[in-house]
Design a protein. Structure first.
Length: 221
């Protein structure tokens, strides 16, 4: 009888021990699941906060108005010069008493330069923040001035008749012709194309000096 009781007690103790072990395992598992859930929740919160922070961060873009105003302050900018020494012949024809032809002429030369450039006030700039691109629209280059060095004047030959003298107004007309010829030679030499190229370089350097435009590509049209 005592032996049977002893066996029963051992069985009870074994059952109780198994139950305790099972409870301990359940508690550990429950705590592990709770910790995993807490970690996952914390991670989700962190990701959400990061997304919110990223959305809250200001998007840095370049202000094209600032660029246009800066370029506009330059006004008309001479970007290319064509230097020349040009020889011209001016002829004045008339008829003495309306019958006898008379011709006076002068062969002369001047040194000077033809200036070409762009009106920077007319430059327009558009932007595409998605592609990070600035498009610069340049006005066409134009001849700004023909500058003649008066001190460089040289007369090589002169035929001047008493009744058909070359007067001051004749020199004025001759000068206009001279300037037109110098302008044409400068254009034929490609001064306007060179003025465009130089203007592009100046605009590019100006844009690159603006920190907010550092990540933008620049195209000209």
């Amino acid at each position: 009888m005592d032996k049977l009781r002893a066996n029963r007690n051992l069985i009870y103790i074994a059952v109780i021990a198994a139950a305790v072990i099972a409870m301990i395992v359940m508690v550990i598992q429950f705590r592990s699941e709770k910790k995993a859930q807490a970690d996952e929740a914390a991670q989700n919160v962190t990701v959400t906060e990061m997304k919110k922070k990223k959305l809250a961060e200001p998007k840095i873009t370049v202000d094209t108005k600032i660029i246009e105003d800066g370029l506009s302050d330059m006004g008309f900018l001479v970007t290319q010069e064509y230097y020349f020494t040009q020889v011209e012949r001016y002829t004045k024809e008339t008829r003495l008493f309306g019958l006898v032809p008379s011709e006076s002429e002068i062969l002369y030369s001047y040194d000077g330069s033809v200036q070409a450039g762009i009106d920077f006030e007319k430059i327009e700039i558009t932007k595409d923040d998605d592609t990070k691109k600035l498009t610069v629209t340049l006005p066409p280059s134009e001849i700004n001035a023909v500058i003649i060095d008066e001190k460089s004047f040289k007369a090589y030959s002169e035929k001047d008749y008493l009744w058909n003298r070359i007067q001051l107004e004749d020199y004025s007309r001759s000068r206009v012709q001279f300037e037109n010829a110098a302008r044409k030679k400068a254009i034929d030499s490609g001064i306007l194309d060179r003025a465009d190229d130089q203007a592009m370089k100046l605009v590019m350097n100006f844009i690159r000096s603006i920190p907010d435009a550092a990540d933008y590509t620049v195209a000209f049209e």
